[in-house]
Ligand binder design. Structure first.
Ligand SMILES: O=C(O)CCC(=O)C(=O)O
Length: 343
C-alpha cells in the first residue's frame, strides 16, 4: 500500500496542510517486490511523486557532497561567478533560463558525466578540484543506482516486455543526465518568496534530496476537481522522486510529470541536490507499445530529447511543454516511428 503521509486536506487554502497526500514508499520492500512496484506505479500515476525511505543509499555520499557544495556557496561572489554564467551548465544566481524567470536562489548545474564534472571542478574548487569531482561522482553513482532501481520496478509494475527498458535509457554512455545543487539563502523579507518557480522537470526521473529546511511544494489534485499546492515536509534522510515530462510521454500519460516549486524560507538556508536522469540527446522518445491501447490511444507524437530540449530553451519555466507534442496537433502526414525507444 502507498502510505499518504497524512489524509488531512485543507483545500480551502492554496497551501494545504503540510504533507497531505504525499505517498511514502518503503524501498526495503516489506511486502515484497511485486507490491513495491505496484506502489510506485500507483504513486506516479496518481501523484507523479513519492518520498522514498529505506532507500539503501549510505549517508556518506550526500553528506560529503553537501559539505563540498556548502563550502562553494560560502565563497565570495566573484569566485562563484568564475564557475558561471550558466550556459545552461555552471553557476547561476537568481536568473533561471533566459526568459526572465527569477528566484531567490543560487545554483550549480553540472553534467553528470565524470569528464564534464572534472572540467567544471577546476573553477569550483580551485584548491583541490579532484576533491569536488570525487564528491559529485560518488553521489551521482549512488543516485543513478537508485534511479535505475526505481525505473526497473516501474518497468515491472507497468508490465513491460523488457522491464529494464526504462533504466537502459538513462545508463547509456552518452546519457544527458545532469545534477543541480540549489542554495536558497535565508531571506530578510517578512514573508516567504518564490525560490524556484512553478515547473515540471523535463527529463525522465528526478531524484531530490535536501537539508532539513522546508520549501518544496507539489501541485496535487484536491479530489474536488482543483489542484492545490502541498508543502513537502523536509526529510534529509529521504529522497523525493518525481516523474519528468519524458517519462510521462514514454508511458503515454499513465505516469504524470508533476508541477512543483520552492518557496524560500525566511530564516534558514535550504540546500537541495537534484539528479535529473535523462536519455542521450539523440534518443527517440515514443510511447512504449504496452501503454498504447484502443482505450488509451497515442497522446504524444515521437520526438528526440534534443528536439524537446531545444524547444524548452525557447519557453518560460512554467510552460506546459508536453502539450506542444500532443498527437492531435501532430502532422498526420509525417512519417513517424510506431512506438518504443530508439537511440
Ligand atoms: O530545490 C528544490 O527543492 C527543487 C528545485 C527544483 O525543482 C529544480 O531544481 O528543478
Amino acid at each position: 500500500m502507498v502510505m499518504p503521509a497524512s489524509t488531512a486536506s485543507s483545500a480551502a487554502c492554496r497551501d494545504t496542510a503540510s504533507g497531505a497526500g504525499i505517498p511514502t514508499v518503503d524501498m526495503s520492500a516489506p511486502w515484497g517486490r511485486a507490491e513495491l512496484s505496484r506502489q510506485m506505479v500507483e504513486a506516479f500515476a496518481e501523484r507523479g511523486f513519492f518520498k522514498a525511505v529505506n532507500h539503501g543509499v549510505p549517508p556518506r555520499a550526500p553528506a560529503t557532497l553537501d559539505a563540498a557544495t556548502a563550502a562553494f556557496f560560502e565563497r565570495p561572489a566573484p569566485e562563484k561567478q568564475a564557475a558561471g554564467p550558466p550556459d545552461p551548465l555552471g553557476y547561476g544566481s537568481r536568473s533561471i533560463g533566459s526568459h526572465g524567470d527569477v528566484g531567490e536562489l543560487e545554483y550549480l548545474t553540472l553534467h553528470a558525466d565524470p569528464a564534464a564534472v572534472a572540467r567544471r571542478a577546476v573553477a569550483i574548487d580551485r584548491e583541490d578540484p579532484s576533491r569536488f569531482s570525487e564528491a559529485v561522482n560518488e553521489y551521482v553513482g549512488a543516485v543513478r543506482r537508485l534511479a535505475c532501481q526505481i525505473l526497473d520496478l516501474l518497468g515491472e509494475g507497468l508490465g513491460l516486455e523488457d522491464p529494464t527498458a526504462l533504466s537502459k535509457i538513462i545508463t547509456v554512455s552518452d546519457s544527458d543526465s545532469i545534477i543541480r545543487i540549489n542554495h536558497y539563502p535565508p531571506s530578510s523579507a517578512a514573508a516567504s518568496s518564490v525560490g524556484f518557480g512553478e515547473h515540471s522537470d523535463p527529463q525522465i526521473l528526478s531524484v531530490l534530496r535536501a537539508n532539513d529546511v522546508d520549501g518544496l511544494q507539489v501541485l496535487l489534485p484536491d479530489g474536488r476537481g482543483q489542484d492545490t499546492w502541498v508543502q513537502v515536509p523536509a526529510d534529509p534522510a529521504a529522497f523525493f522522486i518525481n516523474v519528468g515530462d519524458l517519462l510521462q510521454a514514454l508511458t503515454n500519460g499513465r505516469l504524470v510529470s508533476i508541477r512543483h516549486r520552492v518557496m524560500a524560507s525566511t530564516s534558514k538556508p535550504r540546500l537541495s541536490t537534484i539528479y535529473f536522469a535523462a536519455p542521450a540527446l539523440h534518443a527517440l522518445i515514443s510511447a512504449l507499445p504496452e501503454t498504447v491501447t484502443s482505450d488509451a490511444p497515442r497522446r504524444y507524437r515521437p520526438f528526440t530529447w534534443a528536439e524537446y530540449k531545444k524547444n524548452m530553451y525557447t519557453l518560460s519555466l512554467s510552460h506546459n511543454r508536453l502539450e506542444l507534442y500532443n498527437a492531435v496537433n501532430a502532422d498526420a502526414g509525417e512519417a513517424r516511428p510506431r512506438s518504443g525507444i530508439a537511440s
